[in-house]
Design a protein around this ligand. Structure first.
Ligand code: ZN
Ligand code: CA
Length: 296
């Protein structure tokens, strides 16, 4: 009997033969992000070679790399890039609908336009609490300035709760230490966790720097999920699943057209001036000496 990884192994044309463990990791990756159906112990149905090739091709198409249907070097490298831990394909029929490279909606929205948010936990000393709070405010404003949505920080019950958590943190979607998965968020809905965003506490979160992981860029992405957007296959979108680096000054940031179209399909356009949705200016980032005090 051929197992999935044996079949996938026959797709690899690279000179350096991958180990069974590499191939198995590839299948795990494709399954985790929705390109392959989860194993079903009842039907025990095996993947067909064509099915596996098709899943590699749709991953490549989504990522914007050559659609070879093989686990070539570029594909393996893409699979190793830091990214959001939510799947790219949700539901099996979605693959068929993904003809155009564009945004995708998750199917639920907030029924109200005034949303509240709070920060439950903060990152380690690479960012101050004030900077973290300002970056989160600006990341929400990126969506708010284009729609009729408004976001108000609260210390009480909040629609969108944001936390920095590491490893297993009680929601069934554990983080994986530095690199790999960076964050995830829960789609709009009625449960207590709906709309919440978790950032991996084991990343070195930074702001507008070359090193570390840019909190503003990842937060804008995750809040797209909190508001009802899924991953986009568009070339230029903050909702691409892979980490794209910094996106510049948070107070000057504007969403790419694909994301604008997606969020306005859900909540309509803003009628008043976009500036009205912007929070106060960013605090000056305090430089923290490498061996300095770790209190905030
Ligand atoms: Zn995501
Ligand atoms: Ca991680």
């Amino acid at each position: 009997m051929l197992t999935a990884w044996m079949l996938l192994g026959s797709l690899v044309l690279s000179e350096a033969k991958p180990t069974a463990r590499d191939i198995s990791k590839g299948v795990d990756w494709l399954t985790r992000y929705g390109y392959l159906p989860a194993p079903d112990p009842y039907s025990a149905q095996q993947q067909t070679l064509e099915g596996l090739r098709a899943s590699v091709r749709s991953m490549q198409r989504f990522a914007g790399i050559p659609e070879t249907g093989e686990l070539d070097d570029e594909t393996v490298q893409m699979m190793q890039r830091p990214r959001c831990s939510l799947p790219d394909i949700i539901g099996t029929s979605e693959l068929m609908r993904r003809r155009r490279k564009r945004y995708a909606l998750v199917g639920t929205v907030w029924e109200k336009k005034e949303l509240t948010w709070r920060l439950d936990t903060f990152p380690a000393a690479s960012l101050t609490r004030d900077t973290t709070r300002a970056l989160i405010g600006y990341a929400l404003a990126a969506w708010g300035q284009e729609t009729a949505l408004s976001f108000t920080e609260t210390q009480g019950e909040a629609d969108l709760r944001v936390g920095f958590v590491g490893g297993s943190h009680g929601d069934g979607y554990p983080f994986d230490g530095p690199g790999g998965t960076l964050g995830h968020a829960f789609f709009p809905g009625v449960g207590p966790i709906a709309g919440d965003t978790h950032m991996d506490a084991d990343e070195t979160w930074t702001y507008n720097k070359d090193e570390g992981t840019d909190l503003f860029a990842v937060a804008v992405h995750e809040f797209g999920h909190s508001l009802g957007l899924s991953h986009s296959s568009a070339e230029l979108s903050i909702m691409r699943p892979y980490y794209q680096g910094t996106v510049g000054n948070p107070s000057k940031y504007r969403l790419p057209p694909d994301d604008l179209e997606g969020i306005q399909a859900l909540y309509g356009k803003r009628v008043s001036s976009p500036g009205a949705a912007l929070p106060p200016p960013m605090p000056t980032q305090r430089v923290i000496p490498p061996h300095g005090p770790t209190h905030l």
